[in-house]
Write a protein that binds this ligand. Structure first.
Ligand SMILES: Nc1nc(=O)c2c([nH]1)NC[C@@H]1CN(c3ccc(C(=O)N[C@@H](CCC(=O)O)C(=O)O)cc3)CN21
Ligand SMILES: CC(C)C(=O)C(=O)O
Ligand SMILES: [Mg+2]
Length: 275
């Protein structure tokens, strides 16, 4: 408890301190209602740019804007009280220059109240990560399968299957960690590479499709809840099937409306106050 009687939110150093200790559990959240439900159970809520595909129906994360990330980031901060909230920097909001990255990361922190930003990339982004971290903006990195590079990678396929690709991703991870990232998402890489990266960097590695060798795990919440229908990546375990639950509720409501079983007397405002 703090002086104001509020229990304290997990901060970036609390997450960083988990290296070599208990694994870190991370889930995505985009809305107040989902943030409230997930907040007691995970250390980090990630406002991922995957919201472009999951909430907005785009077929990649490239159309996601800074305004979308700020709107959803603020909602997740307001809906949570314990988790450390990290917001993805969207495509083209940080690659142009380190000054552009600082300006947009600062807007994300100031306008949402989140604790840190996440950005994709390796050696080419190290200078930018260093620039942000030195100016007080905690950065989570993201290497391996980087969805914002889908056009360059030619799809969402696993990474690190050739020796050259392994070496490149390992030096990317080292460069971003060396630049001061407090954590590193490692996405869609083969297990030996995930283990090598986790052993090579001092920061916590958060895997997605990257084996249990990482220091933590992240999944898109809609995937593990069975709420997202467009595709299910191989690395997802479905912990619930909420799609049919919602369908059945909507069907029961619609049937009740048609049969005039809803609303009932208890749902109706009285015409006059009893005197
Ligand atoms: N709902 C959702 N879950 C995610 O994990 C996710 C997103 N959206 N959007 C952003 C990125 C994109 N990601 C993806 C997207 C597709 C596959 C996929 O279809 N993988 C196939 C293999 C594809 C291939 O070989 O070409 C698989 O079987 O896992 C994986 C990760 C991961 N991220
Ligand atoms: C899956 C995680 C790592 C992510 O970047 C996202 O949800 O956008
Ligand atoms: Mg993302």
């Amino acid at each position: 408890m703090s002086a104001t009687g509020q229990s304290k939110r997990l901060a970036v150093p609390d997450i960083a301190a988990r290296k070599g200790r208990e694994p870190v559990a991370v889930l995505t959240a985009y809305t107040v209602s989902m943030a409230r439900l997930l907040d007691p159970h995970v250390e980090v809520l990630l406002v991922g740019d995957s919201l472009g595909m999951v909430l907005y129906g785009f077929d990649s994360t490239l159309p996601v804007t800074l305004d979308m990330m700020i709107a959803h980031g603020g909602a997740v901060v307001r809906g949570s009280s314990r988790a450390c909230v990290v917001v993805d920097m969207p495509w083209a909001s940080y690659q142009e220059s380190r000054e552009q990255a600082f300006r947009n990361a600062a807007r994300i922190l100031a306008e949402t109240g989140c604790a840190a930003v996440k950005l994709e990339g390796g050696e080419e982004m190290a200078e930018t990560v260093d620039f942000l971290v030195r100016r007080g903006i905690p950065v989570m990195g993201h290497v391996g399968l980087t969805p914002q590079a889908v056009n360059a990678l030619g799809g969402y396929r696993a990474r690190g299957r050739s020796d050259a690709e392994q070496a490149k991703i390992l030096s990317d991870a080292r460069a971003v960690a060396e630049a001061g990232a407090f954590a590193l998402v490692v996405e869609g890489v083969v297990e030996p590479l995930a283990r090598a990266v986790t052993e090579a960097v001092p920061c916590v590695t958060i895997g997605i499709g990257a084996s249990a060798a990482c220091d933590g795990q992240v999944l898109v919440s809609d995937d593990l809840l069975g709420l997202y229908g467009a595709f299910t990546p191989k690395f997802v375990r479905r912990y619930a099937e909420l799609g049919p639950v919602i369908g059945e509720a909507a069907a029961a409501y619609a049937a009740d409306v048609r049969a005039r079983r809803f609303p009932g007397a208890e749902h109706v405002f009285a015409a006059r106050k009893a005197s």
